[in-house]
Design a protein around this ligand. Structure first.
Ligand SMILES: Cc1ncc(C[n+]2csc(CCO)c2C)c(N)n1
Length: 244
């Protein structure tokens, strides 16, 4: 998968913000702390544990991969919405670059990866959409429609930042199996890669810059959005397990 291709390729578009020095006292860390139970349930879900030790049933992973194709289509639309919600050229460029990265690169990589798991592109194009996919993707789009660019980014954060945290959590577990003994090695390596981790950090940095100085009332609303999106990520994992 392409995230391991290097810092100047797929995720370079996310890497403009400076690196944070103390991630534990940032506004984004405070937002995360308010959703700690949901974040833990998401990052340490049974699906994630199955990826880590390689025991996840292949059919659960296939169901997840199929629905993730549809997820990515709507995720691309969300970046299109970010373009629309932009107020200056820098924001326009950020949204457009992310949109282009998904449409021109990530979708193709996902289709290739699905093929390795025996899922043909023709099947992906005619898939019925699961309710969990609908709920999550339309929630994110609605958060962006009714709010501004910050609301949209907060709704998208569990996706980008979450998968980075998940990969790091997997790497730290004693039961994790790495290498060819684990059929999910490529998935783990992609999200654990330096390029992907840097992209997630760039998003944390962007959020920290925007969250700083917001009123308590505004932060309450954003925490609710972040919590909802995290709950919908939990449902997405569960959908994978239930599909097996
Ligand atoms: C349900 C679900 N949630 C998160 C991701 C991860 N993800 C999807 S797009 C993207 C980032 C940048 O374009 C990332 C990290 C996923 N694949 N599926």
């Amino acid at each position: 998968m392409g995230y391991t291709r290097g810092r100047d390729s797929l995720f370079s578009v996310f890497q403009e913000a400076p690196v944070t020095s103390n991630p534990d006292s940032t506004p984004f860390a405070a937002l995360l702390a308010r959703c700690a139970p949901e974040w833990k349930a998401y990052c340490q879900h049974a699906f994630v544990r199955g990826l880590a030790d390689g025991t996840l049933p292949a059919e659960a992973f296939r169901h997840y991969l199929r629905q993730d194709y549809l997820f990515l289509v709507h995720f691309a639309r969300a970046w299109g919405l970010a373009v629309y919600k932009s107020r200056n050229l820098a924001e326009l460029r950020q949204g457009l670059d992310s949109l282009k990265a998904i449409v021109d690169l990530e979708m193709g990589l996902h289709v290739d990866y699905c093929a390795l798991w025996g899922i043909a592109e023709a099947e992906l194009e005619t898939l019925p959409e699961a309710r969990e996919t609908m709920a999550y993707t339309r929630y994110v789009l609605d958060a962006g429609h009714r709010g501004d660019l910050l609301d949209l980014h907060v709704a998208l954060a569990p996706c980008l930042v979450g998968y980075a945290d998940i990969a790091r959590w997997i790497e730290a577990q004693p039961f994790t199996v790495r290498g060819s003994a684990n059929p999910y090695e490529a998935w783990i390596a992609m999200y654990a890669s330096e390029a992907f981790q840097a992209a997630a950090q760039a998003e944390r940095d962007w959020l920290n810059a925007r969250l700083a100085g917001q009123t308590q009332e505004r932060l309450d609303g954003l925490a609710a959005t972040f919590r909802d999106a995290t709950r919908l990520e939990i449902d997405f994992w569960q959908m994978g397990l239930d599909g097996a």
